[in-house]
Write a protein that binds this ligand. Structure first.
Ligand code: GLP
Length: 242
């Protein structure tokens, strides 16, 4: 169920923080976490906030990179993913100043911004654990169907289905941006451990295509089959087509 998924996802993140030495003064470079927005990881973030407050789990030596961003929204727009991840998670724990990295959807040169982001992830030593939700069309990040399996961080155009799915966060569907910046499928697969979370019946078909379907650009999440260390966490409803 959703609570067990949230706890298990939090266990993976906590295990990564403990293994990479954060919270101990003596060793380890500190965890590099890849964070997804959307409703799916919210339970995991709430559980991590609870462990921070009640059990002393510390992010003081961790860094985080968000997955994607709408193009054209100012960074402080309430629905920019930079704002969302701060509001839903990172502002409620103890990441150091400057340790939560996001794409700038308002950068004057988005192509250069995408290249800067890939370089920043590499400079940090790569991502240890990448949390991922999944779109109803099988997208991860904002890599829509037919995205190149070899793609790096770049500009993408949203499908009408994704704009409809995400319209609930905006006054109307017309307000959902058409363009985004997203880590590419190969960028995502550079992370050492991928944690794909699917919740609810609406995700059942996409989860089945990702896990049991052919490796195909038609289902971008199927590219996780190429990765040596992927964990898929689903509730009963999201697992119903497996
Ligand atoms: C957006 C995000 C994805 C997310 C997906 C699913 O399109 N770019 O990273 O996985 O939505 O969202 P939700 O978890 O709200 O269903």
């Amino acid at each position: 169920d959703t609570d067990a998924v949230a706890r298990t996802a939090a266990d993976v993140v906590q295990g990564c923080i403990e293994r990479t030495g954060a919270g101990r003064a003596d060793d380890g470079p500190g965890a590099v976490l890849g964070l997804a927005t959307g409703s799916t990881p919210l339970g995991a973030y709430r559980e991590l906030i609870r462990r921070h407050r009640q059990e002393g789990l510390s992010f003081a030596r961790a860094q985080a990179f968000t997955l994607d961003e709408y193009l054209g929204l100012p960074p402080d727009h309430p629905e920019s993913y930079r704002s969302v991840i701060r509001r839903e998670f990172t502002d409620s724990v103890d990441f150091p100043d400057g340790a939560v990295h996001s794409l700038d959807g308002h950068a004057p040169d988005p192509v250069a911004e995408a290249a800067r982001y890939d370089a920043a992830i590499a400079d940090a030593g790569g991502i240890d654990v990448q949390i991922l939700g999944i779109g109803t069309d099988g997208h991860i990040g904002f890599n829509e169907p037919m995205s190149s399996l070899a793609s790096r961080t770049r500009i993408k155009t949203l499908t009408e289905q994704t704009r409809r799915d995400n319209a609930r966060f905006f006054p109307s569907e017309e307000d959902v941006p058409h363009h985004v910046l997203t880590q590419g499928l190969a960028t995502i697969r550079d992370a050492r451990h991928l944690l794909l979370i699917g919740l609810g019946e609406a995700k059942a078909e996409a989860i089945a295509a990702a896990v049991e379907g052919p490796l195909a650009a038609a289902c971008p999440a199927s590219s996780l089959q190429l990765h040596p260390h992927t964990t898929v966490l689903v509730d009963e409803a999201a697992a119903s087509r497996l």
